[in-house]
Design a binder for this molecule. Structure first.
Ligand code: PMT
Length: 417
């Protein structure tokens, strides 16, 4: 390497790229080229249908390796090849991933070489679904995708846009640059948080008015759940403390269900000392009814006045007894996001704060995407464009890895000393 040149980010990493039969197969050539340029040792496995869309020779030239395709073409070689490919891979990327391969992966079917490699895989798997909108939203495909998500397969996309069938809708494969960035992150972060304990809060707290009513907010939990999944993928032992949310807990994460701000505070306090990392993505109610009625409040024909009392600020409490932990806060703002975020960062003593202007389209509550800035105590900021919450969670994880002291001592070890 010439002095001053940076080492390719995927140098020495063995990546298997699985290409299936959709029109987006041509974009997989761009993806292969990006992975190769980053230094990956690339092996391409194509389904027979994919080879109808793009000549295997294209991938052979880009990867510099023979392309694997027909399972029974050279039985003596393939009988070991699928296992060897699966065993040696640091990462398997399936792009485009058709409804068919997604079904095979979910159900453990292995009718061809690629599905056989996937069934034998031990490495992380990243898949970029691409198909017609109706196929994507079909309950069967959605169930298969949920199974894969729960197993820890990282799904990128699909995006909205023009489709091969002429229609516009959800089903377009994510751009090769986005998939390559996700692959880089997965490999770069893999194992980097091994031995570390992380606490993540998510969802919107509910403050009871009576047994059937509450004061709540629009948080779906998507942002916090994505952070929990990303930290777990990087090797951390993650506890996700969640207010009610209609999402399955990410695979491999210890899950604690809470409801109110006070209950969340209790759950966080119990686990704080043994944690190295805390990310407060939950939308915690600032106020709760002074008293929750024991019985359902009846209509009286007149006004009903609720007296609210202030909840404790969990993040600010943690910030006061930080003890070398990495603490990340969020700020949900609707105006002057940067200035208000900076004020919260200081007051809550976090290592960095993720600010979202929740009034912007595509940002904040409920949606799969967000627009955030990272604010740092030295007054600097990093503005990010519209991205999926999963991508933002990956960047938050990268930032935490960067900030963690390198003494390799976990909070648990320090606690036991
Ligand atoms: O769940 P989603 O639908 O995906 O939406 C994501 C999100 C918008 C909820 C998320 O991105 C977000 O901004 N979370 C923080 C929401 C919030 O409570 O912001 P805040 O500005 O009110 O609070 C600032 C910080 O203090 C937050 O880290 C919050 O968790 C924390 N806090 C707030 C109040 C309180 N009593 N205790 C706290 O710890």
């Amino acid at each position: 390497m010439i002095a001053g040149e940076r080492e390719p980010l995927l140098a020495g990493k063995k990546i298997v790229l699985g290409v299936t039969g959709g029109i987006a197969a041509y974009k997989a050539a761009d993806l292969a080229s990006r992975l190769k340029k980053e230094g990956a040792e690339l092996r391409v496995v194509m389904t027979e249908a994919a080879a109808e869309f793009v000549q295997p020779l294209t991938f052979r030239v880009i990867s510099g390796n023979p392309v694997h395709s027909r399972q029974f073409e050279e039985p003596r070689v393939w009988s070991v090849e699928h296992v060897a490919l699966a065993e040696q891979a640091d990462l398997i990327v399936v792009a485009p991933a058709t409804a068919q391969i997604i079904a095979c992966m979910a159900l453990g079917l292995a009718p061809d070489l690629l599905s056989t490699v996937l069934l034998a895989a031990r490495s992380p798997i990243l898949a970029a679904p691409a198909m017609n909108t109706a196929m994507y939203f079909h309950p069967a495909t959605q169930e298969h995708l949920s199974i894969l998500r729960a197993r820890g397969v990282v799904l990128i996309g699909p995006d909205e846009g023009g489709l091969a069938c002429g229609a516009t809708g959800t089903g377009r494969m994510s751009e090769p640059a986005v998939i390559a960035a996700a692959a880089r992150r997965l490999l770069a972060l893999s194992g980097r948080l091994a031995g570390r304990r992380a606490l993540v809060t998510a969802g919107g707290t509910r403050e009871r008015i009576d047994p059937v009513r509450y004061i709540g907010n629009f948080s779906s939990g998507k942002m916090g759940y994505a952070v929990a999944a990303a930290l777990a993928a990087a090797g951390a032992a993650v506890t996700l403390i969640s207010a009610p949310a209609a999402l399955p807990p990410p695979a491999g994460v210890q899950f604690v269900q809470t409801e109110s701000a006070l209950a969340m505070r209790e759950a966080v306090r119990e686990r704080f000392a043994a944690s190295d990392i805390v990310v407060m993505a939950a939308a915690v109610a600032d106020y709760r009814p002074e008293t929750a009625a024991a019985e359902k409040i009846k209509k009286s024909g007149g006004e009903l006045v609720l007296t609210l009392t202030e909840n404790p600020d969990i993040l600010a409490e943690l910030g006061r007894r930080k003890q070398g932990k990495i603490i990340v806060g969020f700020a949900a703002e609707t105006e002057e996001a940067r200035a208000r975020g900076a004020e919260k960062l200081k007051r809550k003593n976090a290592d960095f704060l993720v600010v979202n202007d929740v009034a912007l389209p595509g940002a904040g509550f409920g949606v799969d995407t967000n627009i955030v800035s990272f604010l740092y105590p030295d007054g600097t900021a990093r503005d990010l464009p519209l991205m999926s919450k999963k991508e933002i969670a990956g960047l938050i994880t990268e930032e935490i890895v960067r900030l963690l002291p390198n003494d390799n001592k976990s909070a648990k070890e320090n606690e036991n000393e």
